[in-house]
Design a binder for this molecule. Structure first.
Ligand code: GLU
Length: 430
């Protein structure tokens, strides 16, 4: 009877993280663990995050009212060193979403050989509806709530969706005020004048293009002959599209939250960027055909680069995707169901943990500089980024050829094996 009364209200394992993105991340992990034949102990240690902090805090709004906000910070593994990962401001932020994104950060860092475990955080809000003052108060209060779990050798935040160098500067200042001295290494993606590096802002987009270059060389597909479609014209998509255009690769489609534009002969991406700078979005761009937000993904091309939100390629649209290769510049844009449809159709997917790892790689350079109080020049950082991204891409490619697995499985096996090995060697405390 006693047992019944306990099991009746029982919470099933992992229920804390429930959510679609966590389901995707854990499905991918389970598939990789099977390929690696990981034992139950390693699976237990790697699946769920080690730590999570949920905070609710009040903020005084500009109109004098008080609103409560919910924020999270999730640290996936503490085995590899301090944890690392961005924090986002978006309406869908949840514990499960942060847990999934933290797990992917672990695999990204392991694949690139960076001395970090993965973390992710965020505040549930719509930053487009908040003033700069409200965002500053949210950022400072969120930082203050996080002080027990972050730090230059503990957990190092960075930008993600809806946050940038402005928010990183506020986090840096708030943390430093609490410590009593400046601690630049507590956060990356800072403004250059505060110890940030110029190479950080374009790093994710550039890293993605370096991966594309390396893989196309292996595939024997000349980059200037591939038609690209880039979904998203923010921090990542805009940089990737402009770099592709600069290389001479035709970018035939682009989109942002307002919709898409298409020109089969190739868009002038610099002209599009100038339009967006002046008008605020792609809407109304006169020198291309306008298409809907979802149509852009179905535009015929060779290489589709989803660089916006998660869960864009799903079982609903996977059979209408018309490309030869998908390159995941965003985190989690392809669901496992869509991926198997794409695989059946012969469309390969370059996984997020490789394609968007450029951001955290340059964050690592920034963190090392802050620790050493020494700066490298921008050209050197970009060159290092290129070398590291190419090496990781080639490692993934070779793993996929050697073991006859898809590129995601190849990338995740390299990463998961490394973290599992480190965990086994450190052992279990106590
Ligand atoms: N938020 C970025 C990502 O998803 C970068 C994290 C970082 O620089 O630490 O990879």
């Amino acid at each position: 009877m006693a047992l019944d009364s306990f099991t009746e209200g029982a919470v099933h394992e992992g229920a804390e993280w429930s959510g679609e993105l966590y389901r995707i991340a854990s499905t991918q992990f389970a598939g990789t663990a099977d390929v690696l034949d990981l034992d139950a102990e390693a699976r237990t240690r790697l699946l769920e995050p080690r730590r999570a902090l949920t905070v609710n805090f009040p903020i005084r709004m500009d109109d004098g009212s008080v609103r409560e906000f919910t924020g999270y910070r999730v640290q996936h593994t503490l085995t590899m060193g301090p944890t690392k990962g961005g924090f986002r401001y978006a309406p869908g932020v949840s514990l499960g979403e942060c847990a999934a994104l933290a797990m992917w950060m672990t695999w990204k860092c392991a694949l690139l050989g960076l001395p970090f475990g993965g973390a992710k955080g965020g505040v549930r809000c719509d930053p487009t509806q908040l003033s700069a003052g409200e965002l500053e108060r949210i950022t400072r209060r969120y930082t203050a709530e996080l002080i027990p779990v972050i730090g230059p050798d503990r957990d190092i935040p960075a930008p993600d969706m809806g946050t940038g160098e402005r928010e990183m500067a506020w986090l840096y200042d708030t943390y430093s005020q609490a410590m009593g001295y400046s601690v630049p290494a507590v956060v990356t993606g800072k403004p250059v004048v505060l110890g940030g590096v110029e190479a950080r802002q374009p790093a994710t987009g550039l890293g993605c293009v370096y991966v594309i270059e390396a893989l196309l060389e292996r595939l024997g597909w000349p980059i200037r002959e591939q038609r690209f479609v880039v979904q998203g014209f923010g921090n990542v998509g805009r940089v990737a599209a402009r770099e592709l255009f600069a290389i001479g690769a035709p970018v035939v489609g682009l989109s942002d939250v307002t919709g898409g534009i298409v020109d089969p002969a190739g868009l002038d991406v610099d002209d599009v960027a100038a339009w967006v700078d002046a008008e605020g979005s792609l809407e109304g761009y006169p020198r291309a055909q306008a298409v809907g937000r979802s149509e852009i993904l179905e535009t015929e091309c060779d290489i589709l680069v989803p660089a916006a939100l998660e869960r864009q390629l799903t079982s609903e649209n996977a059979d209408r995707i018309r490309c030869r290769l998908v390159v995941e510049a965003a985190n989690g844009p392809t669901t496992p169901e869509a991926e198997s449809v794409l695989a059946d159709r012969g469309i390969r997917v370059v996984p997020d943990v490789l394609a968007n790892a450029g951001g955290v790689t340059v964050s690592y350079f920034e963190w090392v500089q802050d620790h050493q109080r020494f700066t490298w020049d921008g050209i050197e950082l970009q060159d290092r980024l290129r070398r590291m991204m190419r090496a990781a891409a080639i490692k993934v490619w070779e793993g996929s050829e050697e073991h006859d697995v898809d590129l995601r499985t190849a990338a995740l096996t390299v990463a998961v094996r490394r973290v599992a090995d480190a965990g086994a060697r450190r052992g279990i405390y106590p």
